[in-house]
Design a protein around this ligand. Structure first.
Ligand SMILES: NC(=O)c1ccc[n+]([C@@H]2O[C@H](COP(=O)([O-])OP(=O)(O)OC[C@H]3O[C@@H](n4cnc5c(N)ncnc54)[C@H](OP(=O)(O)O)[C@@H]3O)[C@@H](O)[C@H]2O)c1
Length: 373
């Protein structure tokens, strides 16, 4: 790698065009000294100076090269998703978030571009993912300590490698960690069209567990139901279909579920509770509707339901890096065997703000947006 200069740089943006297409360019470069330090290429990044509405605070910025220290690895990013938690971090409402100014994104995959002098076991051209996930993946080049990169099989489709950690791993952990489920048991979930929901359906099916799935009402709900059924869903209902006195009367041969997953809140959470059997457990892992969960007194006293919460970030941060990698390798194996798949839309990096609008729900229900660099 050619020697490069060490730069001290101040970002003074020149704003061209409207907010969504704005490019910020550094206008003052102060050259301090020339050295033989190994430097990354400049990086184009989705950057936010302050918290706020993601579609207004995020800008495309050209970042200067950074030094690649002895234990660092510089990765040329290939793909990174826009997850609901990325949006919450930019809004400033996620409990753990990088200090501003920051580059967006949290998980992603790329190809090793160059390595620091003390790095063994990773070489240019290797396919690596951020594992466990860490902030700043929405940029063309990321420099991080070697311990934050996990090498994976080059035959892995990049859009899956980019997305496997947060959502599929959440689905796997929630199925395994709360109730001792046996083949033939059932799970009920809302938000079934989400990436987590699609993974729950397939991972449960692999263990012989039935799924009862609740989706939002929409035009084209038959199409959404058909997609989930093809993935292995036993039952799929829109919320309005469940506006009946006894939801369990709809179940037919599927047993009453012992475990429920809620990522929506409001009425959709009440529906999960209504399906649960005596002594069942509902695990809440998201709040897409921003509405609170209401639980009847009956549910506690006579049905003896338990309410729990799951947060992957807390799970991983309790010294689970090795386990996290083992499980993502397992999930990537299922993906390569064609046993796990989910809906995604790959969007070129230069159309980031269109992908962001889709992720913000401005264009109706959309598949998971994955930025392709
Ligand atoms: N706790 C954790 O550790 C953890 C880990 C991973 C994910 N999550 C959470 O899991 C949830 C799903 O994430 P994901 O990445 O899998 O989602 P996703 O693929 O981006 O899909 C978004 C989902 O949210 C639904 N949705 C969007 N706005 C909604 C609203 N206003 N009311 C009801 N539903 C709405 C969508 O339904 P439509 O199809 O109807 O549009 C879709 O099912 C999110 O809440 C996320 O924060 C939590």
């Amino acid at each position: 790698m050619a020697a490069a200069c060490v730069r001290l740089m101040t970002l003074k943006p020149i704003i061209h065009g409207t907010s969504s297409s704005t490019f910020l360019r550094p206008t003052s470069l102060k050259f301090r000294a020339y050295s033989t330090a190994l430097m990354s290429p400049p990086s184009t990044a989705i950057f936010y100076q302050d918290h706020g509405p993601p579609d207004t605070v995020t800008k495309v910025v050209e970042m200067p090269p950074v030094e690649i220290k002895a234990n660092d690895v510089c990765v040329k990013m290939l793909a990174a998703p826009i997850n609901p938690s990325d949006i919450n971090r930019i809004q400033g409402v996620y409990p753990v978030r990088p200090p501003v100014p920051a580059v967006g994104g949290y998980e992603g995959v790329g190809e090793v571009h160059s390595v620091g002098s003390a790095v063994n076991g990773l070489s240019p051209g290797d396919l690596v993912m951020a594992s466990p996930p860490s902030p700043g993946t929405w940029q063309t080049h990321v420099v991080k300590d070697k311990s934050l990169w996990h090498i994976i099989d080059k035959g892995t489709p990049v859009e899956y490698a980019a997305t496997v950690t947060i959502n599929p791993l959440t689905a796997l952990r929630m199925i395994e960690d709360y109730v001792d489920l046996k083949s033939g048991d059932a799970i009920v979930q809302n938000g079934a069209t989400s990436m987590v929901g699609q993974c729950v359906i397939q991972l449960a099916k692999l263990r012989g567990i039935h799924t009862i799935n609740i989706i939002r009402d929409r035009t084209g709900s038959d199409e959404a139901k058909e997609k989930l059924t093809k993935l292995g869903a036993d039952e799929v209902y829109t919320e309005s279909q469940l506006d009946v006195k006894n939801v369990k009367s709809l179940l037919g041969n599927v047993p009453e579920p012992a475990l429920g997953f809620n990522c929506v809140g409001g009425n959709a959470a009440s529906l999960v509770l209504k399906f649960l059997r005596q002594g069942g457990t509902m695990v809440t892992y998201g709040g897409m509707s921003k509405k609170p969960i209401t639980v009847s007194t009956t549910a506690f006293i006579f049905k003896e339901l338990s309410l729990k919460g799951f947060w992957l970030q807390k799970w991983i941060s309790s010294d689970k890096t090795d386990e996290c990698r083992k499980m993502t390798d397992y999930l990537l194996g299922l993906i390569r065997e064609g046993k796990l798949k989910y809906d995604m839309e790959l969007t070129p990096f230069n159309e980031f703000h269109t992908a962001l609008d889709k992720s913000l729900g401005k264009l109706g229900s959309q598949p998971k947006q994955v930025i392709k660099f």
